[in-house]
Write a protein that binds this ligand. Structure first.
Ligand code: ARG
Length: 718
């Protein structure tokens, strides 16, 4: 009897433990709790050197990159490295900005870009850079407004109201932006106050052959040889406050910037990363996992069709390559991720891990507060009731809505239908002018022949593989009028639609007619796809309150079970810190991976038959002449990349890897495929963070680009 009780205890306290060594995207204001462990791992500073509201500290050098309109959905991270607002991020983070400035004449994607003086820096409209002012646990204030008798809807409304009140108060008489973020599935709440800068200029980027070296084949893989960095600068109004681009603006004077360490790394060295991880799902149940795996599989299959076409099209012309570069990168990154994640989830039996946690939870819940008893059945029913729609929604989104572009673009112009019906000439004209502007952005990165191929292939693929029950209505037209010939349909759409080219679109906007819009094939497809997508999404949301309630109680229960331990909430685009060490790993039997790579590997991987492995002649010359400056390791090698066991995810890209003294040693840019399940279950022995070594970056800026101005601007510690 005693033995059994003991055994049960050990199950509860060992198996359900959701946090293990090195796992954790920690909240900066609570670092005191991690301090002892950080010191053990080699950290030489104090928590106040990382986060303090009273003095300049490391958090003041960390930049969350966002878009105007949704500045808190940080797509990447940057770090300030000079007293004049110069910051570093990844090449793949700056990619769309570099692409926007690229033309066939000035191909910065291909050739790189270096501003040798500040007046050459290039502004990027719509890009925001947030820096954290302060954060605070406001759970008590929020929870005081909630009670168990509330429905989920009432609960959400109460949370929204009090969150707004708290944020408004924090912003009063400041130029700050604040919001309350929800943690642990709505069981805890934190206020974040940021200053958001709006003038962010491109300063430097290596050619893609270096910044994106390895392309898709190397993406999500170690060993890696990518110089994944680009450089930007934040500008402010003359008084230091945030302002949109203006010639009068001045470089930001930051409260803190990171010195750059050229001292290098040794295995076991302390390493911490601060940044903005986007989302993880570590508390997901087996039911949710099943849904994720199905969506992953379909996403991978559908995107494979698109990627095949895009690769051929981009190889056929420089113009198309530039036009589709960002779209391709977005599509292919999570295409490969989806595939690798399913592979890792299967090989690591993550489903089994989740089921074990659930059965332990059930045993615990039976003996505790009855409110936890139904958590898992609420979740099971919640996912069960939407199971049949998951596939349909993925097809509608991936293949029809975001596969080709014209139907959705046409749909975005559908407001014109109402205006034409109302016959209000002034309003028609005003909207037509607005649409012209939207069109000039859209058509800049669009080629009609490429679109025709993608549209035909993806519509046909969806038609042949998705459940007929969920077809959008316009498929019936293709069946009847075009006898299921998707090539013919796509050809007709591209030759007849007013949206097919910018010329046709602008000509149409000069004299728009209702009839032409209503009969337009792209418009018909767009409206039909959106209609179906909304219908399916609505059906999937029918039971969502119960599902959310189940998940909230489940996570609350796990917090109770693990009381006394420091747990870490899922990533949600708020600033976090992860600490660990430089560490090698063994991906599979008989294979040990070294913890760093060198320039020699860049040369070894060169493949003149592949666009992903081109080595610029100048880099080869520098390699041959060993013209390395003082950026080598003790063996005289240029270290390109290295790995650490930090816990990061998408959004962390560009984050600083910081040593025990608070100096910059690397830029985090990727994770390894063997642990692609990491967003769902952290794998201590396998999960690695892939980083660019700052010495490779300095070597490129100095020796390859000759941008001494940028070298001189940074504080480099030798
Ligand atoms: N997988 C990386 C991330 O999501 C992006 C790497 C970009 N490089 C590339 N070769 N596609 O942060």
């Amino acid at each position: 009897m005693k033995k059994t009780a003991l055994l049960l205890c050990s199950i509860f306290f060992l198996n359900i433990s959701v946090s293990i060594a090195d796992e954790g995207m920690w909240l900066l204001s609570l670092l005191g709790k991690n301090y002892e462990e950080m010191k053990q791992k080699g950290f030489k500073l104090t928590p106040e050197d990382v986060y303090s509201v009273n003095k300049g500290c490391i958090k003041d050098a960390i930049v969350g990159l966002g878009n105007e309109g949704r500045p808190f959905r940080h797509f990447c991270t940057g770090e300030i490295v000079s007293g004049e607002g110069l910051f570093l991020t990844n090449h793949h983070c700056g990619f769309s900005m570099i692409q926007t400035h690229s033309t066939v004449e000035h191909d910065y994607l291909q050739d790189g870009f270096w501003a040798l003086a500040k007046d050459q820096e290039l502004p990027n409209e719509g890009i925001t850079a947030s820096i954290l002012i302060s954060m605070e646990d406001v759970s008590a204030q929020v929870l005081a407004k909630l009670n168990d008798a509330m429905s989920e809807k009432e609960r959400d409304e109460a949370i929204e109201a009090i969150s707004k009140e708290i944020a408004d108060k924090a912003m009063e008489n400041t130029h700050y932006t604040a919001y309350v973020a929800d943690m642990f599935n709505s069981n805890q709440f934190f206020l974040f106050v940021y200053v958001i800068y709006k003038d962010v200029r491109l300063v430097g980027a290596p050619p893609s052959s270096m910044g994106k070296y390895g392309g898709d084949p190397d993406n999500w893989m170690w060993p890696r040889h990518t110089a994944d960095f680009s450089m930007f600068r934040i500008y402010t109004a003359p008084d230091g406050s945030p302002a949109s681009f203006s010639k009068e603006n001045i470089p930001l004077k930051p409260k803190h910037f990171l010195p750059v360490s050229a001292k290098g790394i040794q295995e076991g060295d302390f390493a911490m990363i601060l940044g903005f991880p986007g989302s993880t799902n570590r508390f997901i149940t087996s039911y949710g996992l099943e849904e994720t795996m199905l969506a992953n599989k379909l996403r991978y299959d559908i995107r494979s069709v698109k990627i095949d076409i895009l690769r051929k099209e981009m190889a056929s012309s420089q113009k198309i390559r530039i036009q589709y570069a960002t779209k391709y990168a977005h599509c292919s990154n999570y295409w490969k991720y989806s595939f690798e994640q399913n592979k890792a989830l299967k090989s690591l039996n993550t489903m089994g891990v989740k089921k074990q946690i659930e059965s332990d939870f059930t045993a615990w819940a039976a003996k505790n507060d009855p409110k936890y008893k139904d958590a898992l059945s609420l979740i099971e029913n919640g996912y069960g009731s939407r199971q049949e729609y998951v596939g349909a929604r993925t097809y509608l989104y991936e293949a029809l809505l975001t596969g080709p572009e014209l139907p959705y673009f046409a749909y975005q112009c559908s407001g014109l239908i109402g205006k034409l019906e109302s016959k209000n000439q002034e309003e028609i004209k005003a909207l037509a002018e607005k649409l012209k502007v939207a069109g000039s952005e859209f058509y800049k990165d669009y080629n009609p022949q490429t679109e025709q191929k993608i549209l035909a292939a993806l519509f046909e693929y969806a038609y042949n593989t998705m459940d007929k029950k969920f077809y959008p209505d316009f498929f019936a037209t293709i069946e009847k009028k075009y006898k299921g010939d998707f090539q013919k349909y796509a050809q007709e759409l591209l030759s007849k639609s007013v949206f097919a080219t910018e010329e046709k679109f602008n000509a149409f906007l000069e004299k728009p007619t209702l009839k032409a819009l209503q009969n337009d094939l792209a418009m018909q497809a767009g409206i039909s796809i959106i209609g179906k997508y909304r219908e399916i999404s609505g059906l999937m949301r029918e039971n969502i309150d119960n599902l959310y309630k189940g998940e909230r109680l489940f996570v609350d229960g796990l917090l109770q079970i693990n009381k006394g331990k420091v747990l870490c909430p899922d990533a949600n685009s708020t600033i976090r810190l992860t600490y660990g060490n430089v560490r090698q790993y063994a991906p599979r039997d008989g294979v040990d991976y070294h913890f760093y790579t060198t320039l020699k590997g860049v040369m070894e991987k060169e493949d003149t038959t592949s666009t992903d492995f081109i080595v610029p002649q100048k880099l080869k010359d520098l390699y041959q002449q060993k013209d390395y400056g003082n950026y080598t390791n003790e063996k005289g090698e240029i270290v390109t990349c290295f790995i650490t066991n930090n816990d990061i995810t998408g959004g962390n890209s560009g984050s600083p890897v910081i040593n025990a003294e608070g100096h910059l040693i690397g830029l985090a840019f990727d994770g390894n495929s063997e642990a692609m399940s990491g967003d769902i279950d952290f794998e201590e022995n396998l999960q690695r963070c892939i980083n660019l070594d700052v010495r490779y970056m300095l070597f490129i800026i100095d020796k390859y680009a000759g941008a001494k101005n940028l070298i001189n601007e940074m504080t480099i510690v030798h």
